[in-house]
Design a protein around this ligand. Structure first.
Ligand SMILES: [Zn+2]
Length: 684
């Protein structure tokens, strides 16, 4: 779309933004007055208002009630608090489903969902689109000039619950999407038959009317049909975003527009790489997932990926929890210090704003046990004290805003590779798309080395990769020719490349690249594997140099100029190459890793790679202390973030001024237990 975007890059506040979702409709006007006073006490300067307000703003079709929202925005403005105003379209009111039952989404098995949850609408519904845009038009007209308005917040967590709809309306929209991809008429259908490989299992389509959404099937459905449906579903929600954003940009071209992403371990359905360009400010919601073995390693990974989506620039943490969430089997609360520390991990990795769900803890509704800035117990609480401390700490590091995170390592990320890799009927269900990428990131983080997690849709991908000393390609199962060329270009420019198994296997149609694995990276790495040998759960692959792997091994050969760094000693095929290194004419090397290395082996391999290219840690720090550096564009100022995960006070080598305490740092900075230190560095 060709909408002018003068607001791009404009920050919603004049500071590192601090605040959260504010849902005043759950409270009386007397409480609103207290809320604003307490927000000021905490140092809150940005709140998101109206996310779930549609049913109250438009209690019946076409009758709008804005009085209460007028009052709330005026109160916030009088308190000096800026507003990220939601379009309120995230959850439709019950009357929409009563009058138009066809807006209710349908599950893969044909079940139609009922109202009572949230996001109960079909992404392709023209009725929903029309009604939602009427509301957005009203909001833009009424509040576009309100002095509290800092940013527009389109919908909320688009795709959290309704991304894949299998209704007939969606099927029609899917066919239209396919005709845009493959062409219309007989020629388009022939191209679809080719791409989907319908010669197999007698699936050849003779008429567009036979083509549908991938509903429940007897045997495994067509993989490319599934892949295209995942692409279509992400695009359908992106289209809803763009439709709302285009109304807002027409009415208020100067106001930045965002929607909050969910870059996290378990959200995989939105191809954010294709969404990022449409955001004036990239914003993200992140919640620690205590179902994972190392939730804080995942936090850092997601923050680095969000920065990648923001093109390396600043981004806004739109939601996180001050303490526990309410949607995991056991909802772990944060211990003293952790609210501030986890917030500053996001800032260290590029966030220029720290916001939470939500301001005041609800007493009713599905999220009443979700923590908030202001807990049920009120202000005489440790949590409230820590919220105020966080507000003060963010003000003390305001000068960090606008600086960029320093990283010499890039690792590629792609939602479409995730979709293709984790599909049914793959060689091993133990091979998960994110496993190798997270393992590499975990090892680097433990070594004090920051990596940029770069989406493959990044503009000038080759240039971005070539600006790094090391490029890691983890499990890039689906890889286009363009992405493979960008990696090869970076290698030619001198980068060292590390490719892991299950990369380069299929093209964008999910067709296997013939000639040996890793397909798209076979020439670069000089590796020609001809069979996968997945390992049963619990079985280890032992390598001659003491390294070890699980899940995966391969059988094949390497070219003459390839050094075999480690061969298999115990596994399905002893003697097979498991880790290889090919020197490149550009001065770097192309590594290939044919198994899922364990953490110790990744640490050893990456240590060798980093030594070869001369990349060291941001600072010498004890194990369990996360260190990241942010640097100003002119290189004049640098800030070292030290974040303790050991639970004990630690010391890190540094010189300068610690900004939160104001203390001079002459050789070593003290990092509080489960706390953070931010040093404005001086040389010497
Ligand atoms: Zn639908």
């Amino acid at each position: 779309m060709s909408v002018a975007r003068p607001a791009a890059g404009r920050w919603p506040t004049d500071s590192i933004s601090f605040g959260g979702d504010y849902n005043p409709e759950q409270w009386s006007p007397e409480v609103w007055v207290e809320d604003v006073a307490l927000m000021r006490e905490a140092g809150v300067d940005l709140v998101t208002v109206g996310v779930f307000s549609w049913a109250l703003l438009e209690p019946e079709p076409g009758r709008y009630e804005f009085g209460w929202l007028d009052q709330v925005l005026d109160l916030l403005h009088a308190g000096g608090i800026r507003v990220d105003l939601a379009t309120a379209t995230a959850s439709a009111p019950p009357w929409l489903a009563r009058l138009h039952p066809e807006v209710l989404p349908v599950a893969e098995d044909g079940t139609r969902y009922a109202i009572g949850g949230r996001q109960t609408w079909c992404p392709s519904s023209p009725v929903y689109r029309e009604r939602s845009l009427l509301l957005v038009e009203q909001l833009a007209a009424r509040y576009g000039q309100h002095p509290a308005l800092a940013m527009w917040h389109v919908s909320n967590e688009l795709g959290c619950h309704n991304v894949h709809c299998f209704c007939d309306v969606s099927a029609t929209a899917f066919r239209a999407w396919l005709q845009r991809r493959y062409g219309t008429g007989e020629a388009g259908l022939a191209e679809l038959n080719r791409a989907w490989g319908t010669a197999f299992w007698s699936q050849h389509y003779g008429d567009w009317a036979e083509v549908g959404v991938p509903r429940r099937t007897t045997a495994t459905g067509n993989p490319t049909q599934r892949l295209d449906f995942l692409r279509f579903s992400s695009d359908a929600l992106l289209e809803q975003y763009e439709a709302e954003a285009s109304v807002l940009r027409r009415v208020t071209p100067e106001v930045p527009v965002t929607t909050n992403f969910m870059v996290t371990s378990h959200q995989w359905a939105m191809d954010y790489g294709t969404w990022a360009a449409g955001q004036d400010v990239v914003s993200n919601d992140h919640y620690l997932d205590h179902r994972l073995p190392d939730p804080h390693a995942e936090l850092s990974f997601c923050a680095d990926l969000t920065r990648g989506l923001a093109g390396g620039g600043p981004w806004l943490l739109m939601e996180q929890a001050t303490s526990a969430v309410n949607w995991q089997p056991v909802n772990v609360a944060k211990r003293p210090g952790e609210t501030l520390r986890d917030s500053l991990v996001h800032v260290a990795r590029g966030a220029d704003g720290v916001c939470f769900f939500q301001w005041r803890a609800s007493v009713a509704g599905a999220e009443k046990y979700h923590s908030a800035l202001l807990p049920h117990a009120g202000t005489r609480t440790r949590l409230w004290r820590e919220v105020r401390e966080l507000g003060r700490a963010l003000r003390s590091i305001d000068e960090v805003r606008g600086t960029r995170v320093q990283a010499d390592v890039a690792q590629l990320f792609d939602h479409q590779a995730w979709w293709a890799c984790d599909a049914p009927n793959r060689p091993s269900e133990l091979m998960g798309y994110t496993d190798a990428g997270r393992a590499v990131h975990r090892a680097l983080r433990a070594a004090g080395v920051t990596s940029d997690v770069v989406p493959v849709a990044t503009p000038d991908l080759a240039g971005v990769l070539a600006a790094h000393r090391v490029v890691v390609v983890p499990t890039l199962h689906l890889c286009t020719d363009a992405t493979a060329a960008a990696v090869a270009d970076a290698a030619a420019a001198g980068a060292t490349v590390v490719v892991t198994c299950s990369s380069g296997i299929v093209d964008e149609d999910d067709h296997v690249r013939p000639g040996g694995y890793p397909g798209a990276f076979a020439d670069l790495t000089g590796v020609r594997m001809d069979q996968f040998h997945p390992l049963p759960a619990g079985e280890r692959l032992e390598l001659e140099n003491g390294w070890a792997g699980t899940v995966w091994s391969e059988e094949g050969t390497v070219d003459d100029d390839v050094e075999v760094v480690a061969r298999v000693t115990a596994g399905p095929l002893p003697g097979q190459p498991a880790v290889t290194r090919r020197p490149l004419p550009g001065g770097g090397a192309a590594w290939y890793v044919a198994t899922q290395l364990d953490d110790a082996s990744w640490a050893a391999l990456l240590d060798r790679v980093l030594q070869e290219v001369g990349v060291g840690p941001a600072a010498v720090a004890p194990a369990g202390v996360e260190v990241v550096r942010r640097v100003s564009a002119d290189g004049e100022r640098s800030y070292l973030f030290c974040l303790d995960h050991t639970g004990a006070e630690q010391r890190v080598a540094a010189r300068g001024v610690e900004l939160i305490t104001g203390a001079t740092v002459d050789g070593e900075v003290t990092v509080p237990a489960r706390g953070a230190a931010v040093v404005r560095e001086t040389a010497g």
